[in-house]
Design a protein around this ligand. Structure first.
Ligand code: HAM
Length: 441
């Protein structure tokens, strides 16, 4: 296998040679320097969610398979081809969650969250699993930040479901993304559109790709989402949903667009936008960042007014969105908006073994108990090598625990910025901390 390192994620080409030191295809290791960037992003997510009044929900990584079969839909690509499904030792069929909406709806019902004030606003963050063909921006384990608003059909919430992720993208410094929006109608008006699609595509069946031919029988709306070149001219002339929307859906959609205008959010209405889940009703949307190439959706969502009922609850309208975190990081990287992690230790403690190491260990412990990052040598390295290590870490000070200084109860403090050196008293460590200008946590 050829693996190209792209700072964040590896792109795998060809079949991997399995060794014990090879991670499964389509997964990523996040190493410490990058983990800092993930943490910063998570911090921003929490801040944005807080401003919109969301509470966090954490659901299990796996659920009963039936939840996804019923929720996402039997004829969707995810359920047909992409789920990690297994039978546990108790003969139950379980599935690693491929997305977060169905699990949140399940938790909403199971925990009776609908009995309190509505709407209920929940957000989540964590790994999702889909058996897809890995490529840049498409992984088998990936991370979503998502949120769901349950209990209201207010079109303002559709607009806010777009506003919130845009706040996040902007807080990260990203620009140049585009919002696409459409209404795919409701169970009242969609059957007529479905019939119109079948009438249109059926006479041209032979010219469609194999997948489209099967979609035509099972889920004709999904045909509009086909990426195969040969199908494009046929799809381009297909009837659009806008002509078939019922009065309520038309009104809902025009209100959503009015709210987007009020919130000064630009969008393109894309009448061919359909989504790969059966639960959507009315508004669907996607945010694209073109520079990512084939996998350009950095987030997507929509309204799903029938899902709660489908899962056994009372009719409860709902809307939500999910951001692909890896793709957002790739987009930020493409714009050079990621920067390097700037963290460095306050001090590197240089010792010469024996008593000097004991004292350095005591002082390091004292600093660390106060939340201050200090480093020391564990490899019995020479002073020169320890200085090099301090430089590599961009440590602001080095504390040199020489035998003579130690005998006088002192340590030599060197400011790595200006090279100034000064002896400091080891009995007065709080004063030393103040002198080094570290703020305690
Ligand atoms: P989705 O479009 O399947 O929607 O996923 C949302 C986002 O997750 C995508 O736009 C993309 O950024 C990211 N994503 C999806 N698959 C992958 C993958 N294999 N590798 C990397 N990133 C990926 C949902 O999952 C819906 N549950 C969203 C939603 C929430 N609708 C209503 N509420």
């Amino acid at each position: 296998m050829v693996a190209t390192i792209t700072r964040f994620f590896t792109i795998e080409e060809g079949e991997p040679t399995m060794t014990l030191a090879t991670r499964p295809r389509g997964t990523n290791d996040i190493l410490p320097a990058d983990a800092e960037l993930w943490l910063e992003l998570e911090e921003k997510i929490r801040r944005v969610c807080h401003a919109y009044g969301f509470g966090e929900i954490r659901t299990p990584i796996f659920e009963h398979t039936e939840l996804f079969q019923r929720g996402i839909g039997d004829t969707t690509d995810i359920v047909e081809k992409e789920m990690y499904t297994f039978t546990d030792r108790g003969e139950r069929s379980l599935t690693l969650r491929p997305e977060g909406t169905a699990p949140v709806v399940r938790a909403f019902l199971e925990n009776k969250l609908g009995s309190g004030p509505l709407p209920v606003k929940l957000y989540y963050y964590g790994p999702m699993f889909r058996y897809e063909r890995p490529q840049s921006g498409r992984y088998r384990q990936f991370t979503q930040f998502g949120f769901e608003i349950l209990g209201s059909d207010d079109p303002l919430l559709d607009a806010e479901s777009i506003a919130l992720p845009l706040e996040l993208y902007e807080a990260c410094g990203l620009d140049g993304f585009e919002v696409e929006i459409n209404s795919i109608g409701c169970p009242e008006c969609r059957p007529a559109y479905r019939a119109a699609l079948v009438d249109y595509f059926e006479p041209q069946r032979d010219k469609l790709c194999q997948s489209c031919q099967s979609r035509l029988d099972r889920n004709p709306l999904r045909l509009l989402d086909c990426k195969v070149k040969g199908c494009q001219p046929i799809i381009a002339s297909a009837p659009t949903i806008s002509e078939y929307l019922c009065a309520d859906c038309t009104d809902h959609f025009s209100q959503v667009l009015s709210y987007l205008d009020v919130l000064e959010i630009s969008y393109n209405v894309n009448p061919r936008l359909v989504r790969g889940f059966d639960y959507y009703t009315r508004t669907v949307f996607e945010v694209k960042y073109a520079a990512l190439g084939a996998q350009d959706a950095i987030g997507a969502g929509g309204r799903y007014d029938g899902l709660v009922e489908e899962c056994g609850g009372q009719p409860t309208p709902a809307v939500g969105f999910a951001v692909g975190v890896e793709r957002l990081l790739l987009a930020l990287k493409a714009q050079d908006k990621l920067g390097e992690s700037k963290k460095s230790p306050l001090a590197y403690l240089i010792h010469f073994g024996g008593e000097t190491k004991l004292e350095a260990a005591r002082v390091a412990h004292y600093f660390r108990k106060r939340g201050i990052w200090v480093e020391m040598d564990y490899m019995d390295r020479s002073m020169r090598a320890q200085m090099k290590a301090a430089n590599r870490l961009a440590s602001r000070y080095v504390l040199i625990f020489g035998e003579e200084e130690l005998a006088a109860g002192q340590v030599l403090v060197r400011n790595m910025g200006d090279g100034q050196q000064e002896l400091k008293d080891l009995q007065q460590l709080d004063e030393l901390i103040t002198a080094l200008g570290a703020c305690e946590k």
